[in-house]
Design a protein. Structure first.
Length: 133
């Protein structure tokens, strides 16, 4: 899984937003984003776009964990509670996988393990393998 983790070091948007991959296993990933003032919206809670970006990164890591390049083709999110605290965690779990498509549920929680959002994502699995020197 180190190869997959290294592959995502090229994700400049995740780097810019402060998202870090904690752990990747086949069909599963956990990522974290420390909350800064730059993640907050006008009412002082984590911006929905920041939460979506965090969830999308967990989804991408889990979808690519099998070694084939996988790209998102559909995603949705439901916000349950305001994002607050010191950090958010997104944990992606593979729900189904066939030779062309895979589906994931991502749960986003805060530093008190309170559910912030649920994300659903579907990925198209390409034939190309992930290559990282």
């Amino acid at each position: 899984m180190d190869k997959i983790k290294k592959y995502f070091e090229n994700d400049k948007f995740a780097e810019y937003t402060g998202i870090k991959i904690i752990k990747i296993e086949k069909g599963w990933a956990r990522v974290q984003m420390d909350i800064t003032k730059n993640h907050l919206n006008g009412v002082g809670i984590v911006h929905g776009g920041a939460i979506f970006t965090l969830a999308d990164m967990a989804f991408a890591a889990a979808a690519n964990s099998h070694g084939n390049i996988s790209v998102g083709i559909n995603a949705s999110i439901s916000y349950m509670n305001a994002g607050k605290g010191k950090f958010l965690i997104a944990e992606a779990e593979e729900i189904s996988r066939n030779p062309k498509l895979s589906s994931y549920t991502v749960k986003i929680t805060d530093d008190e393990n309170k559910l912030v959002a649920i994300f659903q994502g579907m990925a198209y699995i390409k034939k190309e393998k992930i290559h990282q020197e």
